[in-house]
Design a protein around this ligand. Structure first.
Ligand SMILES: [Fe+2]
Length: 195
């Protein structure tokens, strides 16, 4: 097994591989308003509202900080969660990171689903980018009411595409690591989008 960390961490005393992650249990983001957020994800992305957890202090750190924690069903056991924190300053973004970078992508089954979600997001008053052609998938992008960038993707890959990409992944990473210039081995992914 190749590892990036074998030089810096002593794994000698570990006898077996680390446990395999089953899936994402939940991801948690901050929201401005829990009710508005739940309604948005319900109306635009058809996610079911699963449960709410609310406390006056934080279970992990025991800090007093009233919060509302809401959990939405993002399909196949994936859970999208949000915290509303009335006592914290308004949400601000990392000013050094471009807006397009940090995002969460959800998969839909059919290409027409992209257009349906685009229509619903626009109907909500949002600007929607795309569909953008990444060859192995197509995506639309918008910002949710909290300013989080959301991507909706539909897989459009052909047989062999993933194997072709996987075969060059380590070489691309190594080349990038040394040159900080984009390797061209997977440039075919965006040939259509950039032409
Ligand atoms: Fe993405």
């Amino acid at each position: 097994m190749r590892s990036l960390y074998t030089n810096s961490v002593d794994f000698g005393r570990l006898e077996s591989h680390p446990p395999k992650i089953k899936r994402i249990h939940h991801v948690a983001y901050r929201c401005k308003d829990a009710k508005e957020t739940v309604e948005f994800y319900q109306d635009v992305l058809n996610m079911d509202f699963q449960l709410a957890i609310a406390e006056d202090k934080v279970p992990s750190t025991k800090e007093p900080d009233p919060y509302m924690h809401v959990f939405l069903d993002a399909g196949m056991g994936n859970v999208l969660a949000f915290f509303e924190l009335p006592n914290s300053p308004p949400i601000s973004k990392d000013p050094a990171t471009p807006d397009w970078v940090q995002h969460i992508a959800f998969e839909v089954e059919f290409p027409e689903d992209l257009l349906e979600v685009k229509y619903r997001a626009e109907n909500y008053g949002l600007d929607v980018l795309g569909p953008i052609n990444h060859t192995i998938f197509k995506s639309i992008y918008f910002f949710d009411p909290n300013g989080h960038r959301v991507e909706i993707a539909v897989n459009t890959r052909r047989n062999g595409d993933l194997e072709r990409l996987n075969a060059v992944a380590w070489d691309m990473l190594e080349e990038w690591s040394q040159t900080k210039k984009a390797p061209r081995a997977a440039a075919w992914l965006h040939e259509k989008e950039f032409s």
